[in-house]
Design a protein around this ligand. Structure first.
Ligand code: SF4
Length: 225
């Protein structure tokens, strides 16, 4: 009978465990364990770079840069615009009111917070929460690109226009652009409204329904129906 790769691996591990117990001093690692470690190390190195980054003028105004957080091999990545006041103080993404709403959406999608990765287009807070300038977005872009390369999510959800423009540029407001998958280097991208927009329009149930419709499409693609 043909044995599966998992069976072969298990047998090999048992043999090596036995030899190790017998004093052989062996350590058996799957090839992907090494890759995984290298990937994590690269992401951690990048986080440190972001925290020290002075590539654009936003570094002069920040309290803390916000590289992003979550599962470093997440299948689902959320990308917002930029850190706000609370995020700047804590060095963590989406921790203010908009963040609480995003975290509720993540839970409603049947994901744990630590199963997804959350970040922004720019990693330092623009003053008075203004939109980031083009040159700030361009300066910061390699960090986001590298995060995507290393994390390799199966789906990206963009929150608000700045993030949508980065991945699936198009005309019109978010009302016209949301709800349809775009493509970024082979990764499906779902543009939707930013949670802070939902908060600013708290009584608008239709907006919430639209975001939920978008998220249901993402869940279906990820087999989370
Ligand atoms: S916003 Fe990005 S490019 Fe600008 S200083 Fe912060 S990390 Fe560097």
């Amino acid at each position: 009978m043909k044995r599966s790769a998992a069976d072969v691996w298990e047998e090999l591990r048992n043999q090596v465990d036995f030899l190790a117990e017998a004093g052989g001093g062996f350590v058996l690692r799957r090839p992907e364990d090494g890759l995984e470690a290298a990937r994590r190390k690269a992401l951690e190195g990048m986080d440190a770079q972001v925290r020290d980054c002075k590539l654009c003028a936003l570094h002069t105004l920040r309290t803390k840069a916000v590289p992003g957080e979550g599962d470093r091999s997440a299948e689902l990545m959320f990308v917002g615009e930029a850190p706000g006041r609370d995020e700047d103080l804590q060095g963590r993404p989406f921790v203010g009111r908009a963040g609480q709403l995003l975290r509720k959406i993540v839970a409603a999608m049947t994901f744990r917070e630590d199963e997804v990765f959350i970040t922004n287009v720019v990693k330092c807070r623009p003053p008075d929460n203004r939109e980031p300038f083009r040159e700030e977005i361009e300066a910061c872009a390699p960090y986001l690109e590298r995060q995507i390369e290393l994390i390799r999510p199966r789906v990206i959800v963009t929150l608000g226009k700045t993030a949508a423009d980065r991945f699936v540029p198009g005309r019109g407001g978010m009302g016209e652009r949301r709800g349809r998958f775009g493509d970024y280097r082979g990764i499906p991208v779902m543009p939707t409204f930013h949670p802070s927009y939902l908060i600013r329009n708290e009584g608008d149930r239709a907006l919430k329904r639209m975001v939920w419709e978008d998220m249901k499409q993402v869940m279906a693609l990820l087999g989370r129906k």
